[in-house]
Design a binder for this molecule. Sequence first.
Ligand code: FES
Ligand code: FES
Length: 161
Amino acid sequence: MTTVSMTVNGRQVSADVEDRTLLVDYLRNAISLTGTHVGCDTSQCGACVVHVDGRAVKSCTMLAVQAAGSSVTTIEGLATGDELHPVQAAFREHHGLQCGFCTPGMIMTAVDMIRRHGGQLDEATVRHELEGNICRCTGYHNIVKAILDAAAKMQMPAAAE
Ligand code: FES
Ligand code: FES
């Protein structure tokens, strides 16, 4: 067992886990943040996407020990008090979810996408960038609409990488 400490949603956390523990299992089981979902465990579905030091990462592809000392944001960390993040609000407004299983990963991917592309984001780019996120319910149309609407409303400049 190793003591793994990191900042999650602005809070310092620490837990003793096996070295082989995946980041997604650390989040869900060690610190009880179950908003991050596990759809496949093999890097296919994108349900487990979180941000590590500001970048979208499939948390089933990373060991918790690799994230030690990092700043992690999960779906639970997006809203400000009772106010939804603009991407969450856009998913609700445009009915970008049905069962909701893929939604945490979709939204975390979308937030990173908007951060990188800002107002330059177009439909083709959104569809291309969603390749790693599988939704079995919605047909994607309303997800794409929600992301484009959120990007327009947020009016962010593209991030310098
Ligand atoms: Fe990580 Fe499916 S659970 S990509
Ligand atoms: Fe059901 Fe996407 S809303 S999998």
